[in-house]
Design a protein around this ligand. Structure first.
Ligand code: 15L
Length: 271
């Protein structure tokens, strides 16, 4: 399979550049600017997601796409609009025109960040985005459903928690995703025969998980990472953080408290 990965210069893209080549030797990397440490063995094609012609050019001859490109945190509306709304549309549309068979879309836990931490949620819950960024991820999931149902592209949306070598704080003990486990989820999206449209949670085996990820397990996911192995480190880091009455209550953490207006007391009424 020829696989295109957008967002190759980003945090997740940088990790996947090291992990994917043994599995997908025919890997094409893309981003607006080339990663500074690009090696001679890597194939890189620059593209601005906001430019439809550039996006179509990188999709030529591709069997599957890992779409990790775009704006990856909360930001100004125009930046989110260009990268994650227009850019995401351009990507799905280019994939349709170029007859790409599979897309794995990097959605985010921030599509559902305003669920309180005491709620266990599955992939079918109503969207509760915690930011403009979260709204753009809901939009991407909706595009994925449309292009699966109308155009037959096999789409997997991964509501990614936090990818890294270890969980960074208490919240991340629930949502941590080991990079190798992300690779497994990408492989399911690109290769599993049963994929039509799926929303899966991008989390390792975390005992404190807020998410019911049983569909991923049904599809063969077998995560190697276990957040609790890093509990002490995460709790030490947590102790260094200031209390955040809004962010500490909701799954989305600090994304929920950014620009939060009004009564903090209304937080406790959340279901
Ligand atoms: C995300 O979606 C972001 O891309 C990442 O930078 C982290 O903030 C992560 O969520 C998180 O919730 O920890």
């Amino acid at each position: 399979m020829r696989i295109l990965m957008t967002g190759a210069a980003g945090g997740i893209g940088t990790r996947l550049r090291r992990l994917l080549p043994p599995i997908y030797p025919d890997l094409v990397l893309s981003d607006r600017d080339a990663p500074s440490d690009l090696t001679a063995s890597e194939v890189f094609r620059p593209a601005d997601l906001a430019d439809p012609a550039q996006v179509e050019a990188i999709c030529k001859g591709v069997d599957g796409i890992l779409h990790f490109g775009g704006y990856s945190v909360e930001g100004p509306w125009d930046a989110i609009l260009q990268s994650n709304i227009i850019g995401c549309y351009n990507l799905f549309e280019a994939a349709r025109k170029q007859r790409v068979k599979r897309i794995v879309f990097a959605s985010s836990n921030h599509a559902v960040g305003f669920y309180p931490r005491h709620r266990r949620i599955g992939p079918d819950v109503t969207a509760r985005p915690d930011s403009r960024y979260g709204v753009s991820k809901v939009f991407g999931e909706a595009l994925g459903a449309l292009y699966a149902d109308k155009h037959g592209i096999g789409v997997t949306c991964l509501r990614i928690g936090n990818v890294g070598d270890a969980p960074l704080d208490q919240r991340r003990l629930s949502i941590w995703l080991k990079p190798e486990d992300l690779v497994q989820l990408c492989r399911i999206g690109l290769e599993h025969r049963a994929i039509h449209f799926e929303v899966l949670y991008g989390a390792s085996f975390n005992e404190r998980a807020w998410w019911d990820n049983s569909r991923a397990y049904e599809l063969g996911y077998s995560p190697a990472g276990r957040a609790e192995d890093f509990r002490e480190h995460a709790m030490t880091e947590q102790a260094k953080l200031a209390a955040d009455p809004v962010g500490d209550f909701y799954q989305g953490g600090a994304f929920c408290s950014i620009e939060f207006d009004g009564e903090v007391s209304r937080v406790w009424a959340s279901k």
